[in-house]
Design a protein around this ligand. Sequence first.
Ligand code: IPM
Ligand code: MN
Length: 363
Amino acid sequence: MLINLTVLPGDGIGPEVTEQAVLVLQAVAESFGHQTQLQRKPIGGAALALTNDPLPAETIQACLCSGAVLLGAVGSPTFDHNPGHLRPEAGLLRVRRELGAYANLRPAVFFPALEDSSPLRPEIVRGTDIMIVRELLGGAYFGQPRSIEGASGSRVAVNTMRYSESEIERIARVAFELAMKRRRRVLSVDKANVLECSRLWREVVTRVGKEYAEVKLGHQYVDSAAMLLVQRPTDFDVVLTENMFGDILSDQAGGVVGSLGLLASASIGGSVGLYEPVHGSAPDIAGKGIANPLGAILSTAMLLRHSFQLEMEAAAIEGAVSAVLSEGARTTDLAGKTHKAISTAEMGDRVVMAVRTAARAIA
Ligand code: IPM
Ligand code: MN
């Protein structure tokens, strides 16, 4: 098979982690007899610096013509004072929209080797395996009108949270379909005691849920869900939620399983899938070679699974990550007091070696 990708390294630690992810992907492809074809394009602050556009036309064209898109991270303090449409993040939101990627899957799985890395007691976190299904193209992120207006000192800012029934319905279906392949539980997270958007959300999700009789559907307000996520993380299977709640809860889930640096994501549902680690550009550690590449590496596993239906190859990457963690490989974010930290590149190397070993075992 030909695995043709557009790689968008982006800002901060994005280029460092995607470099390792690409090396792992190439090792898997080689081991399983696939070809890879990659082109790199700028996005975010990197693109702003080159073209004054956080998503140049050439970048989006390349994405639309490839089998999948692998993204590093977007965001840079250099552009903090730019108007909204000239911030790096605008490039990310536009690429999601242009690709039609409305379903953002963010798994948060606890690796048994990481008992020392989670802030939670082992008996609480052990067995955690959550799939957050975050709606990615609606809500306050995209709702119109939005503005900051008025004279300095008396300005007023407006954002609009907006959801249509069809937007809620399509993301609900994604969650229920995933639940059917998992433990058959969906927890829909909203704020229906306050927000109209959430009341519609709950109604539509309940309606769609009737088509999935085998799936147990629950509803939880987002504040309460946030608390339960640290108290009883193993109770969660599929979490279905709107754009901003999903943004917040997925970072929290990263903390629960030990590090945000571990979390991968897939943004699917449109013409081309977009895969990115959940962590941001982390400007404070950019260029130091200490970032955790596992979120990016695990994103390539999701890419192989969801855009190329290469389940065995995806599992090989996930198995390799689990193996290197069991052997004690730790980047700074995971090392704590008990382990010596290795660099981004060393972690990438270790996964490459483990992937090759696993592939030989299967072959
Ligand atoms: C994420 C990020 C983005 C988001 C930012 C960088 C726009 O935090 O992917 O979670 O809020 O969606
Ligand atoms: Mn986020």
